[in-house]
Ligand binder design. Sequence first.
Ligand code: IFM
Length: 445
Amino acid sequence: MWERLLVGAIVAFVVFKITLITYRRRKYPEPHEDWTAVDLEALNFPSDFRWGTATAAHQVEGHLVNNWSEHEENKNLERSGAACDHWNRWKDDFQLLTDLGLSSYRFSIEWSRLEPTEGEWDEAALAVYSAMVDDLLHRGIRPVVTLHHFSHPQWWEAKGGFANSANLPEFVRYCERVFDALSERVDTWVTVNEPTVFSTMGYTLGMFPPGRRSLRTTIRVMRNLLLAHAAVYKALKQKLPTAKIGIAKNVTLFDPKNRWSPIDWPLARLLEWFWNGAWRGGIQKGRMFFKDVPEAKGSLDFIGLNYYTHVLVGPASVSLLKMKFPKRKHEVATEFGYPMYAEGLRRAVEFLTPLGVPIEVTENGVADANDTLRTEHLKRHLWVLSQAIQDGHDIRSYHHWSLMDNFEWAEGYSMRFGLHHVDFETQERTLRGSGEAYKRIVQNN
Ligand code: IFM
């Protein structure tokens, strides 16, 4: 009986796949462009479209003492150390934004700077962030402020950080304090950066702090991050209803590696749901991982999209211990290992569209130390974005990751994502060829 059912299911699956493939006439399950036939110069962006770059405090500021510096020591990783010494050089770095002709800059505030010890606030540090905002506005650049980008104070981590819902009011209090100081001048806020990356890297793969490996805790952290976002959203909107508050969601796509495998396809759908769908559901329906989170429903004024790649899924390519990145034959592997797949940006936009809020591309970029890939990478992604806008998608901005090479978390300084090369000995910044290309695109659009 069971054998018959199994055979029936396999036959039905194969027939379904053949029908789908014949109907779509695709070589692969997911769409791919013939890039040789695409005119990458044919871009068309609205006049009020904002062009920007993005950074995050722990990756650029230098000499921070937080959950990440602790993790670097505990796991004997490369130390972030002085990073880009941006805390001392931010004025010069903002000049780089002006030189590129940009109109938006996304950066994050470091909680551990503002409250290094529980309850003790460093007003001088807050004044520096305030001066940064003034300087950006003076340059005609919109500041987009992220309140949590992977790092927070050690004292908070010691209490369990986002793994313990009792800690969330402290996070909300910190966010309110920053908001009180800056909201007259900053109108666009990102509560949390890449919640799924933070929780899976920290609590499933153990590569980010606190280096745990527990699926149960991962799910708890994901839910708590959603609750934290919702609580911050509510608190800040109460203070200033006109503020625009969103989250930066890393939309990684999961595609079946082998179209004939009855394992790859459901596995890909499962990961897609875990990584992306659970989040969208949380905001759309106020429900995440089979539990109600009513506070989260509708808690968005825009959605930040961080897009990098698609992951080809098969039993051998995904394990809980490490992720491997297979690629299609024609795809180029980036230095990080994952393929360049610009077509996925359109799919990510379409995935977020049902949320019914404008999209800001809060990150997109590539690790490419020799700058051999970045210009093509940039052009393909911007072409895809331009097409999506022309087809009616409400996309307001593009922030390239990153303004300059910086500390790439568990990868240390080995992955260089910058439009500017940074010599970490001298702190000299040099615009790369791809940076010149981005500048030209910004000028022409
Ligand atoms: O450097 C990171 C960033 O902090 C979050 N999004 C992805 C980037 C590149 O890996």
